[in-house]
Unconditional design. Structure first.
Lengths: 194, 228
């Protein structure tokens, strides 16, 4: 723990980033250790291989180290760091030849399992998630796994809030079409998402 | 149904419907939350959407997460930073253009170039000294020798780099051991006994796991007939 540590996570992150911008390697290590668990858990939902997860996290912190001096206080440090991780992950997953996220839902068989079984629903949901376009799945996971607000996701993904809402809408509709036991009937596409 | 259809086409419905995911993950501002509350009371379509999102949230939130140990990864990041810094400390010098007269350079430029030359010289000398020091040291480390033994250490062990914190703690609990120091740069942990279990029993329990790459006793136990 460096002497820069502050009481609230936000204050601590700000102090660490200022120190990192001044070239303090210990501050970078402290920030790394405080974000590693969160990022690794998030990324492990997209790839089971720790080598990939580590590469994305370390690439992210190389960018943090190099660009800390350009950080503006208009956003939160956590949003900034997770935004870098988001873009790094997006590039990494697209590079992976065997990544199957681009497959369409039509490639997947219709649900034939017992719809009352929670285990089956969980398994099929996992498959359904893996079939979503990458941006839609990332949006869903940022909201439901990481617990980010609409505005935070817009900042992390560098998109207008309307785009975030549209991605979430399409993700839900595809999952519902794919997995009717989620409930409800497909909605009509909203005329506007702003 | 007619009311629902009318509601579904309204601007209010569409705006509220798009907020439902963040209503579910509890990140909406109070005013937006109240707006959703007011709308879903009279809109069956949004109540339906809410049920879908709650189900998704529960499923995604309930899926088990894996925890990884960050120390080995941090060491690899540090190595990358060291390499990047070493590279940036010795940038290639651009060749001087022939035929340009030194007399045309402003004084400050000549002074700064002289200062840079001195700095590069000092850096090179420092790196040479470091290289000489390193050259006299072995370029390998062992898990069993040379480092002083931490207080209470009875076993040194190396685990698979992909082992999770939960897995590590489970293995240590089972073998009734605790970490007293580590991991070292080579990934070696010093373990102390946490109970009256013999060191050999703890060692045997450790070695049952494929994620334990190496485990050796550092404090030899006396044979049962030996004097204490």
């Amino acid at each position: 723990m460096t002497p820069l540590a502050k009481n609230s996570p936000k204050e601590r992150d700000n102090a660490l980033l200022i120190a990192i911008a001044a070239g303090d390697r210990r501050a970078l290590e402290e920030l790394y250790l405080s974000y590693h668990r969160r990022l690794a858990r998030f990324l492990s939902r997209f790839t089971p291989r720790y080598e990939n997860i580590e590469e994305i996290i370390n690439d992210t912190f190389m960018v943090v180290w190099q660009n800390a001096k350009d950080f503006r206080n208009a956003s939160q440090v956590s949003t900034w760091v997770i935004g870098i991780a988001y873009r790094t992950a997006l590039k990494s997953f697209r590079r992976q030849k065997n990544h199957h996220l681009a497959h369409s839902l039509e490639d997947y068989p219709e649900q034939t399992v017992d719809p009352t079984s929670d285990t089956e629903v969980t398994d099929w949901l996992k498959h359904g998630l893996s079939r979503l376009p990458l941006e839609q799945r990332l949006t869903l996971e940022l909201a439901y796994h990481m617990g980010h607000s609409l505005e935070e996701i817009a900042a992390i993904t560098d998109c207008p809030v309307g785009t975030v809402k549209a991605r979430m809408f399409h993700a839900r509709e595809k999952l519902r079409q794919y997995l009717p036991t989620l409930g409800g009937a497909p909605s009509e596409l909203p005329a506007r998402m702003g | 149904m007619t009311n629902n259809r009318r509601s579904e086409n309204s601007a209010e419905h569409q705006e509220v419907s798009a907020l439902i995911p963040w209503y579910v993950n509890d990140t909406l501002a109070d005013s937006e939350r109240q707006r959703v509350d007011a709308h879903i009371g009279s809109c069956a379509v949004c109540r339906d959407d809410l049920a879908v999102h709650k189900r998704l949230f529960e499923e995604i939130d309930a899926q088990p997460a894996v925890d990884y140990m960050p120390v080995a990864s941090l060491k690899r990041l540090q190595a990358r930073l060291d390499a990047a810094q070493a590279q940036s400390a010795s940038p290639p010098m651009a060749p001087l253009q022939p035929g340009r007269s030194d007399a045309r350079w402003p004084g400050w430029m000549a002074a700064s170039i002289a200062a840079m030359a001195v700095a590069i010289g000092l850096l090179a000398a420092d790196r040479w000294v470091q290289f000489e020091v390193r050259a006299t040291q072995p370029n390998y480390r062992t898990a069993t020798t040379s480092i002083p033994r931490p207080q209470g250490e009875v076993i040194r062990a190396v685990f698979s780099p992909s082992i999770t914190l939960v897995e590590l703690q489970t293995i240590l609990d089972e073998a009734q051991l605790k970490i007293v120091s580590g991991p070292t740069e080579a990934g070696v942990y010093s373990l102390a006994s946490n109970s009256t279990l013999t060191v050999r029993s703890s060692l045997a329990l450790l070695r049952r796991h494929s994620t334990v790459r190496f485990a050796e006793e550092t404090l030899l136990e006396p044979e049962s007939g030996d004097p204490p």
